[in-house]
Design a protein around this ligand. Structure first.
Ligand SMILES: [Zn+2]
Length: 215
């Protein structure tokens, strides 16, 4: 995608998250890798007023291009791209169920096979750190080296991927899984799939992915 297409895709993603109820007001943010930096949503701007030209480019050296200040959470987006060369997009939300679970400082264990959508047997919850800090950036980067999503204690959800569509899909799936997990926890302790069972899921996902690419 060229820069104009990336800008349009980010605005569409923000509007999608808003329509899904995953972000409200100006919470949450989206970014996409571009050149020696990334395009990211500006701080304090809601989905209804965001335009493609409002997005801010932040270089890896911290240089800025745009009319607005970037999201105050741009640091962990940057840390994610530096940690994973394959990542092209990062989505961050304060969606209700992921955030509720994160406030318990719990991640998702292998209670449902779709947990593997994030690339492993669980979705970790990283320890609480103040937004915008290097400590939070390093915690997110550490988790995303192993997974495509993580929860942030007392904060929210981060999902990433090789495309913005994939990052959105993973974020949406993790939010839904967090809702199911919380409902199951309200009744009892959910049974967990074994490591061997999760290996089978990941093998099936890999085959499915290859079949799709061959279409
Ligand atoms: Zn946040």
């Amino acid at each position: 995608m060229n820069e104009d297409e990336i800008r349009a895709a980010i605005v569409a993603a923000v509007q999608r998250l808003d329509a899904l109820g995953m972000n409200r007001g100006s919470t949450g943010n989206c970014s996409h890798r571009l050149g020696a930096g990334m395009l990211i949503t500006p701080t304090g701007m809601g989905a209804d007023e965001l335009r493609p030209r409002d997005l801010v480019w932040v270089g890896w050296d911290g240089s800025l291009r745009g009319d607005w200040e970037p999201s105050s959470e741009w640091h962990f987006h940057q840390a994610a791209y530096v940690a994973r060369a394959d990542l092209q997009a990062v989505v961050h939300t304060h969606s209700i169920h992921a955030t509720a679970l994160a406030c318990l400082r719990r991640g998702l264990p292998s209670f449902h096979y779709m947990v593997a959508v994030a690339g492993g047997d669980d979705v970790p919850c990283v320890p609480y750190h103040l937004f915008g800090t290097e400590a939070l950036s390093q915690a997110v980067a550490g988790a995303l080296r192993e997974r495509d999503a993580c929860l942030l204690a007392n904060h929210g959800l981060v999902a990433a991927g090789p495309t913005l569509a994939r990052a959105l899909k993973v974020g949406q799936e993790i939010e839904a899984l967090c809702e199911v997990y919380l409902r199951a926890l309200a009744v009892g302790e959910p049974a967990l799939l074994s490591a061997a069972e999760m290996v089978q899921v990941k093998e099936r996902f890999a085959r499915y992915g290859r079949a799709r690419r061959a279409d």
